[in-house]
Write a protein that binds this ligand. Structure first.
Ligand code: SAM
Length: 289
């Protein structure tokens, strides 16, 4: 949590994340904006190296300096790994993602024809457009933005007949408004919102410090999806650095091999394949435990 009272618009302060017991990330940075939204405490800071930094409820969400790693890996591994190269009308549901980075990456694909983004907190979208400039284009005619609880949206949508090819969960951790997005009920509803060849992906926090989240997250997904594949990327500003992602397919297909070519700033076909090479302890102590 920020050092309340110590921050002013001009003076840099040492900001510490409070998410993990006894170990924290410290960044010396300047507070640019602080506001309590209906859902969370939103803060925007500026750091000399990482640029603008979004913090929600004391947890670092994203920084201008390394956001591309998270957003490219959350988006392109599942989309390019699971959806066939012949597909030219993909529909994608983004859950959360209020900073706009995942939307930007999804819209890079001209074979994606429909994007629905469900974000609970309109203030996050507005402040991120103002302060972060991640260029998620909400005016793109393919995009429908819904302000609401994504758990409720998938529960309602599961009963309708317009399923998605991909669901990307770009949510906060399982605390606060993001908690419902980790429940078995949400996972079952998300499964029901996918076409038969569809893919579901999300991050699963940091294995070094969030072991139970990875273990329970994988176990819950395995109860619903026939194939659950964990992959990783290294992102300095998340405490623990090595982040686990997971991609699950409805028809049991593997997403390890990219079906189309894309070179991003971080993502490329070699990174895609290599991301599935996991440390032994992740597999024995968390994923297959
Ligand atoms: N990359 C980030 C991370 O994992 O640290 C996630 C960033 S993104 C800003 C997370 C977004 O999820 C927030 O804007 C938050 O408002 C949204 N969110 C949390 N719970 C939600 C829910 N139940 N429905 C829709 N959006 C939700």
């Amino acid at each position: 949590m920020a050092e309340f009272g110590a921050a002013s618009e001009n003076e840099p302060i040492w900001w510490y994340e409070t998410g993990t017991d006894d170990i924290t990330l410290g960044l010396r940075m300047r507070l640019l904006h602080r506001e309590r939204t209906p859902y969370q405490l939103l803060e925007i800071y500026e750091h000399p190296f990482f640029g603008r930094v979004l913090v929600l409820d004391g947890n670092l969400q994203t920084t201008q300096g390394d956001e591309f790693i998270y957003h490219e890996m959350l988006t392109h591994v599942p989309l390019l790994g699971a959806l066939p190269a012949s597909m030219n009308d993909a529909s994608v549901l983004i859950i959360g993602g209020g900073d706009g980075g995942t939307l930007r990456e999804v819209l890079r694909h001209d074979w994606v024809r429909r994007v629905v983004m469900v974000e609970i907190d309109q203030v996050v979208i507005e402040r991120c457009r103002e302060f972060l400039g991640f260029n998620g284009n909400y005016d793109d005619p393919r995009v429908t933005l819904i302000i609401g609880d994504a758990a409720q949206y998938v529960a309602e949508e599961a009963a309708r007949q317009r399923p998605f090819d991909a669901i990307l969960v770009d949510s906060t951790d399982p605390v606060g408004p993001g908690e419902v997005l980790f429940t078995p009920e949400f996972i079952r509803n998300a499964w029901a919102c996918l076409k038969p060849g569809g893919v579901f992906a999300r991050h699963l926090c940091m294995p070094l410090f969030d072991g139970p989240i990875v273990r329970d997250g994988v176990a819950r997904l395995r109860q619903v999806f026939p194939r659950v594949e964990v992959y990783q990327a290294t992102i300095f500003t998340y405490v623990g650095a090595q982040m686990a992602f997971v991609a699950c397919t409805k028809d049991g297909r593997s997403v390890r091999e990219p079906q189309r070519l894309l070179t991003g700033r971080y993502y490329n076909p070699d990174v895609h394949r290599a991301a599935f090479a996991l440390p032994t302890w992740w597999v024995t102590e968390l994923i297959d435990a």
